[in-house]
Write a protein that binds this ligand. Structure first.
Ligand SMILES: NC(=O)c1ccc[n+]([C@@H]2O[C@H](COP(=O)([O-])OP(=O)(O)OC[C@H]3O[C@@H](n4cnc5c(N)ncnc54)[C@H](OP(=O)(O)O)[C@@H]3O)[C@@H](O)[C@H]2O)c1
Length: 251
């Protein structure tokens, strides 16, 4: 069960090697998280992530999970929930893709959409039902500012995140009053392996800052978290710019 401050004892990460998710897990283990499930594609990185969190004192399990294989989500995640209550699910998987390449190769673009959006629709619904059945818990979804106002330079990724964000908001409304809390996290540019080698955008942040914002959001039972917080104002302005003006911005 969560403590009085809303922090979880047990955590399930979907996208178990995500740098943002692992920073969040480290932070929560330093508070009171004791059991961590890392769900992800089997790899040496997934095993290394599990060893790393074990060294911090948590009981850590890995489970094979592929966002691109939604038919398996019910069975895979069902087995995790059957082992005991999960206080928090962190939906962290995602791919950035390569916009220029993906515009030329629609099958690659579809892979971005299927991973980030339809994979999350499936895993999100399965997780939400399991949380609802146990009567408590948080589903924390890593969305992105990229979905708030979709840019020409990354509209394939951005549109997948816009879909994910809208889905997660609707799911949060559907679960309102059930004891299950859905929190949408919208980071800007985060320095992680996903963005390695890319030019930073203003207000770039760190995985540790996202982890801290997630902790604060859990404590406050927030529905939406921006990282850094100033992005809320910036994006509110950008969102309302006329298309013709937005198109000419160097973003
Ligand atoms: N970094 C940023 O600037 C930024 C900003 C806003 C939002 N976000 C979002 O935050 C989340 C985590 O990003 P990150 O920065 O931590 O990047 P990351 O370290 O590259 O993590 C991405 C994760 O997604 C997993 N994944 C990709 N395809 C998958 C699939 N088909 N099935 C299961 N897992 C899959 C990867 O697993 P493998 O090890 O198997 O590849 C990895 O665990 C993503 O959803 C991302 O879109 C990131």
């Amino acid at each position: 069960m969560k403590d009085a401050f809303g922090l979880p004892q047990s955590l399930l990460v979907l996208g178990g090697t995500s740098e943002i998710a692992l920073a969040t897990a480290r932070r929560l283990i330093a508070r009171r998280t004791r059991t961590v499930w890392l769900a992800g594609r089997s790899s040496p990185d997934l095993d290394a992530a599990a060893r790393h969190l074990r060294d911090l004192g948590a009981e850590v399990h890995t489970v094979a999970f592929d966002a691109l294989d939604p038919e398996t989500h019910e069975a895979v995640l069902g087995k995790v929930f059957a082992e005991g209550d999960i206080d928090m699910v962190l939906l962290a998987f995602g791919i950035l893709g390569d916009q220029a390449h993906d515009e030329r190769e629609p099958v690659s673009a579809v892979r971005v959409a299927q991973t980030n959006y339809t994979g999350a629709v499936s895993a999100g619904l399965v997780s939400a039902r399991a949380l609802q059945d146990q009567g408590h818990g948080s589903l924390v979804v890593l969305s992105s500012v990229a979905g708030e106002r979709v840019r020409r330079g990354n509209f394939i990724y951005g549109s997948s995140k816009a879909g994910l964000d809208a889905f997660a908001q609707g799911l949060g409304d559907a679960l309102h009053g059930t004891g299950v809390h859905v929190m949408v996290v919208r980071p800007g540019f985060v320095r992680s392996r996903m963005t390695a080698g890319l030019e930073e955008t203003p207000l770039a942040t760190t995985v540790q800052a996202v982890a801290a914002a997630v902790e604060q959001g859990l404590r406050r039972r927030s529905e939406t978290v921006w990282v850094p917080g100033r992005l809320r104002v910036v994006m509110s302005a950008l969102r309302h710019l006329p298309r013709g003006v937005f198109r000419r911005l160097p973003v």
